[in-house]
Design a binder for this molecule. Structure first.
Ligand code: SF4
Length: 400
């Protein structure tokens, strides 16, 4: 009997995967990987049924000016660079208003570490939005930004987050995790935000009652042992705090990433097809009983490949985004917008029941029926000036 089969048998008996077992599963291929995906799909069904969620949101990257020098980042610019920007509060509020008028319930706000930005700018953003749009969920500021803002204001992480929460912050993206391993982080971020600090900030957020997502960015200088250790750390935190809402695997986009271009032959051009499948499926199994939601990132994979992950343990399609500049800055062809209408079609085409949710995974609307009339509000809602996808992708036209 193969080692993978033995491990899956233990999973079927209800045992939790160990880090060593996860390392084996993450490296699986062929028939072994297929068996892993089937187990992950079964667990997904047990926990989430046939429903697949998505959130209508807008990404607002309020500044791309950043001097941190993360080697994988194709997004950051210096102040004098063409295209460098730092949005005013009025512009941020205007973009949020525009999003709200198109049905968004959430704005996801992240930016670079701008050296001239006061530490109070984070609270100013939240207050300005809440003053105009009190119902909007604000999902904002990566642990890197929390680290920076707290240092600038000479506050503890807990106090800084508590202040943001009182201003109206709802949740924090668990980005900037990359791979939670010191040696890998030295290569990626020069270890400026260490694993220990990332964990400390996440724990502080959860301690203040502010939920976060969890992420992993994989497919560069990393491999199965790093992924298993990363997930073990996330699972330990979750057992202690219960504050993660979901895991979002983010595949490395290499095209315009300095990490890739400056190290020919040493850095992988993103994960392989099998690694993408293994990441979603094994993570579902490893986190079973702790983190219920595994989200696929269409900005990294593209809608078609992301749809394929729905049979590999995934139960969430993430946000519509309206426009997302980070993946595109790294050369991804994706990352502008998949409208709510298209989300419904993509999810249905996979044989699942789509539902629109808010940031806290509360149901806003379920689209169980194929009655076209039930899609009318979405069509109308999405027919805005930003609706650049006039044509559905061919694979959807065939499938729906
Ligand atoms: S990943 Fe974030 S912190 Fe790092 S250089 Fe890019 S914008 Fe700056």
């Amino acid at each position: 009997m193969s080692q993978v089969k033995q491990i899956l048998d233990r999973v079927a008996e209800g045992f939790e995967l160990s880090q060593a077992e996860a390392t084996v599963l993450y490296g699986a291929k062929g028939a072994d990987l297929k068996a892993i995906c089937e187990v992950a799909d079964g667990l997904r069904h047990k926990v989430n049924g046939d429903r697949v969620g998505f959130v209508v949101n807008r990404n607002i990257n309020f500044t791309n000016i950043c001097y941190m020098g993360c080697t994988f980042c194709g997004f950051a610019k210096r102040r004098e660079d063409e295209g460098a920007e730092w949005l005013t509060l009025d512009t941020i509020v205007e973009r949020t208003r525009e999003a709200a008028s198109r049905g968004a319930t959430e704005v996801c706000i992240q930016g670079g570490i701008h050296p001239k930005m006061p530490g109070t700018y984070y609270r100013d953003i939240v207050r300005a939005i809440k003053a105009e749009l009190p119902a909007m969920d604000i999902h904002a500021f990566s642990p890197f930004e929390i680290w920076y803002g707290a240092a600038k204001r000479k506050m503890s992480y807990a106090d800084f987050i508590q202040d943001l929460k009182e201003c109206g912050l709802g949740s924090i993206p668990g980005t900037a995790a990359e791979i939670l391993d010191t040696e890998v982080r030295k290569l990626l971020t020069k270890d400026k935000l260490s694993t220990e600090k990332w964990v400390e900030i996440i724990r502080a957020a959860h301690g203040q009652g502010v939920p976060t997502t969890a992420t992993i960015m994989y497919g560069h200088v990393d491999g199965p042992p790093h992924w298993a250790a990363h997930m073990a750390l996330l699972r330990d935190i979750q057992k202690e705090t219960g504050g993660f809402t979901e895991l979002v695997p983010l595949s490395f986009v290499h095209y315009d990433s300095p990490l890739y271009t400056a190290n020919p032959g040493k850095v992988r051009p993103g994960p392989t097809v099998e690694e993408v499948e293994a990441m979603h499926a094994v993570s579902r199994i490893f986190l079973h009983g702790q983190i219920d939601n595994i989200q696929t990132s269409w900005t990294k994979l593209g809608p078609e490949r992301a749809q394929g992950m729905l049979s590999k343990g995934v139960n969430d399609f993430g946000g519509t985004l309206m426009n997302e500049s980070i993946s595109r800055a790294a050369g991804s062809a994706h990352g502008q917008e998949v409208t709510a209408y298209e989300m419904v079609r993509i999810i249905r085409a996979a044989g699942r029941v789509p539902y629109q949710r808010n940031t806290r995974y509360e149901v806003i609307e379920e689209f169980a029926s194929h009655d076209p009339a039930r899609q009318a509000p979405l069509v109308e809602r999405d027919a805005g000036p930003l609706d650049f996808m006039a044509e559905l992708p061919a694979f959807l036209k065939e499938a729906v």
